[in-house]
Design a protein around this ligand. Structure first.
Ligand SMILES: Cc1cc2nc3c(=O)[nH]c(=O)nc-3n(C[C@H](O)[C@H](O)[C@H](O)COP(=O)(O)OP(=O)(O)OC[C@H]3O[C@@H](n4cnc5c(N)ncnc54)[C@H](O)[C@@H]3O)c2cc1C
Length: 219
C-alpha cells in the first residue's frame, strides 16, 4: 500500500496522539466499516450522504444509480470528504466533562473518477458485494451490460487520509477518583443477527455460510 500523504487538512490539531496516518490502520478501519459518509458541496449547499463502499488496494469504490446526484457531482469533479466510523464503546467517566466514546475513524479527501472500463466495473461490483458478505459475489448473478449502463461506479483514492483512534477507560481528574460513581466503558458494536429467508426463496435453498456465520455475528 502507498503511505497516505499527510497534508494540512489531514493533520490532527486536537488530540494529535490519537491520529494515525499508517495505511495498515486506515485500511483496517475501511475494511471493517460497512458504510461511509460522502461529504461534498453542490449548488452552494453542503451534503453528507451515507453510502455503501468497498476498498480495493488504494481505492474505494462507490456505486449507485446513474441519476444519483451525489455520484454525478463527484464524477463531475466535486471535491469530496469521505468518512468511515467504527463505534467501539461508550466511555462513562465520573465527571460529565470526561465522558467520551471509543472509536476508530477514517477521513479521506479527494476527487473521484468514473469507472468506465467494464472489467473494472465488474471488479468493483464484486468488491462491493464481498464487502457486505465475503464470498457473496461468487453466488450472485453478475451485473448484465444494461445493469452496468444504468449504474454509476466511482473510484475514490485513499491518498490524502487520516485515522483517529480512541481506546481505553475514561480519563477522570485525580480528584474525582474517590467519587462513588460507576465509571468504565460500555462496549458497543454492529452485530449481524440470524438471517431471514426471502419470502420468495426457492424451496430448499440453504443459507450460505457467509450469511449464517457472517463475520459480524457475535462470537
Ligand atoms: C446504509 C446506507 C447505504 C447506502 N448505500 C448506497 C449506495 O451504495 N449507493 C447509493 O446510491 N445510495 C446508497 N444509499 C442511499 C443514499 O444515502 C442516497 O439516498 C442515494 O444515494 C441518493 O443520493 P442522491 O444524491 O441522488 O440524493 P437525492 O435524492 O438527490 O437527495 C435529495 C434529498 O433527499 C434527502 N436524502 C437523500 N438521501 C438521504 C438519506 N440517505 N437519508 C436522509 N435523507 C436523504 C436529502 O434531503 C437530500 O438533500 C445508502 C443509504 C444508507 C443509509
Amino acid at each position: 500500500m502507498v503511505a497516505p500523504t499527510v497534508t494540512d487538512r489531514t493533520t490532527l490539531r486536537r488530540r494529535r496522539d490519537r491520529g494515525v496516518h499508517e495505511s495498515a490502520v486506515i485500511d483496517a478501519v475501511l475494511d471493517e466499516g460497512l458504510m461511509c459518509h460522502v461529504g461534498f458541496t453542490a449548488g452552494g449547499s453542503p451534503f453528507v450522504v451515507p453510502m455503501a463502499f468497498a476498498r480495493v488496494g488504494d481505492d474505494l469504490y462507490l456505486h449507485g444509480a446513474a441519476a444519483n446526484r451525489t455520484l454525478r457531482a463527484l464524477a463531475a469533479g466535486a471535491e469530496a470528504c469521505v468518512t468511515v466510523t467504527l463505534l467501539d464503546g461508550l466511555v462513562l467517566a465520573r465527571a460529565a466533562f470526561h465522558h467520551s466514546m471509543n472509536y476508530r475513524s477514517v477521513m479521506l479527501f479527494g476527487r473521484a473518477s468514473r469507472v468506465v472500463d467494464e472489467e473494472e466495473q465488474l471488479l468493483a461490483s464484486a468488491a462491493l458485494l464481498d464487502h457486505m458478505a465475503p464470498g457473496r459475489s461468487a453466488d450472485a448473478r453478475p451485473p448484465a451490460p444494461a445493469e452496468l449502463r444504468s449504474t454509476l461506479i466511482l473510484r475514490f483514492p485513499i491518498a490524502e487520509a487520516s485515522a483517529k483512534v480512541r481506546t481505553g477507560p475514561p480519563v477522570d481528574d485525580p480528584g474525582d477518583l474517590t467519587l462513588p460513581t460507576w465509571a468504565g466503558v460500555v462496549p458497543v458494536g454492529l452485530v449481524a443477527g440470524t438471517p431471514v429467508d426471502d419470502p420468495d426463496l426457492l424451496a430448499g435453498t440453504p443459507v450460505p455460510g457467509y450469511a449464517a456465520d457472517h463475520p459480524r455475528r457475535p462470537r
